[in-house]
Design a protein around this ligand. Structure first.
Ligand code: ADP
Ligand code: MG
Length: 282
């Protein structure tokens, strides 16, 4: 790789091992920093998600959670650091081949679904990105998968309703079904319970619990602000504060009063009953 005229003064980078993610990692961040102006939105984040794991990402507003998910979704590149996604390294792969392997649901994507699109179409069109162009032989298979997801996510009677007429809870479920359309190997959900009423939240938590328990389901990362939204069956948690990872590890060791208080910069008391968490000011 080193050009002949550089042979006398090779750059230090020439001697560095290329970044190779762990073999069982579906997502691996190594010293990831995102700088905007003078501010580090993410500051040297190390994080590994392995196959079969279900992660919660928590932290105050502005902690960098959505930025982290944008990177994990190969929709943003870090200012420095390395990112392994599935068996690829960000920067050394065509992201348009990688993206269909990643399911993403976020407020940003919700804005991209046209109001007049039907529920069924909003789900099925996620597969267009995968095939690149419409191919007749995929039509039946894609339709069957979309209908299956629509029904699994409790949207069967809404299949022909326009997206713009749906309640917030129904929209959130459409976005998750859409994220699952390409049968992704990594599922990223950015605040899927935001804006839901109590019944809607509980219905979503129940569905995410079922997903967490499904061994065939992809490795999942769920961003949330509330410990009450943590579905039983999730295995790990990452706590972010001002762009830095303040804790990461098995859920029960991470979602503790001490760690959460540190991440949110306020004294909190966390309790757990029947697999569900609650947090209140201490
Ligand atoms: N393009 C940008 N330029 C400058 N600041 C940004 C940009 N995008 C995000 N930020 C800031 O970075 C911080 C982290 O944002 P974000 O990842 O959305 O946090 P979270 O999802 O945890 O609330 C916020 O303070 C936000 O204002
Ligand atoms: Mg966010």
């Amino acid at each position: 790789m080193t050009a002949p005229h550089d042979a006398a003064r090779p750059s230090p980078a020439a001697f560095e091992e290329p970044f190779t993610p762990d073999e069982d990692a579906v997502l691996q961040l190594h010293g990831v920093t995102v700088r905007r102006g003078a501010k580090d939105i993410l500051a040297g984040v190390d994080w590994t998600v392995r196959a079969g794991e279900r992660w919660i990402v928590m932290g105050p507003n502005g902690a960098g959670k959505s930025t982290l998910l944008q990177i994990a979704a190969s929709r943003m590149f870090p200012t420095s650091g390395e990112v392994g996604i599935l068996d690829e390294v960000l920067g050394a792969v065509d992201v348009f081949e990688l993206r269909p392997r990643i399911g993403l649901s976020s407020a940003l994507l919700a804005n991209q679904v046209r109001e007049e699109e039907t529920v069924q179409d909003a789900v099925i069109t996620a597969s267009y990105g995968m095939t690149g162009r419409w191919r007749e032989e995929y039509e039946l298979e894609d339709r069957a998968r979309a209908l299956g997801l629509v029904s699994e996510w409790g949207l069967a009677r809404l299949a022909h309703r326009r997206f713009g007429t749906l309640s917030e809870g129904e929209r959130k479920r459409v976005l998750i079904a859409r994220a699952l359309m390409t049968d992704p190997e990594l599922l990223l959900l950015d605040e899927p319970a935001a804006g839901l009423d109590l019944a809607g939240r509980e219905a979503l938590v129940a569905q995410l619990t079922a997903l967490a328990e499904d061994e065939a389901a992809p490795a999942t990362v769920l961003v949330t602000h509330h410990v009450e939204e943590v579905p039983p069956g999730f295995t790990h948690a990452l706590l972010l504060s001002e762009g830095a990872a303040v804790a990461a590890g098995p859920l029960e060791e991470t979602l503790t009063s001490e760690r959460l208080s540190e991440a949110f910069g306020t004294a909190l008391k966390v309790t757990r009953a029947d697999g569900r968490y609650t947090a209140v000011a201490a």
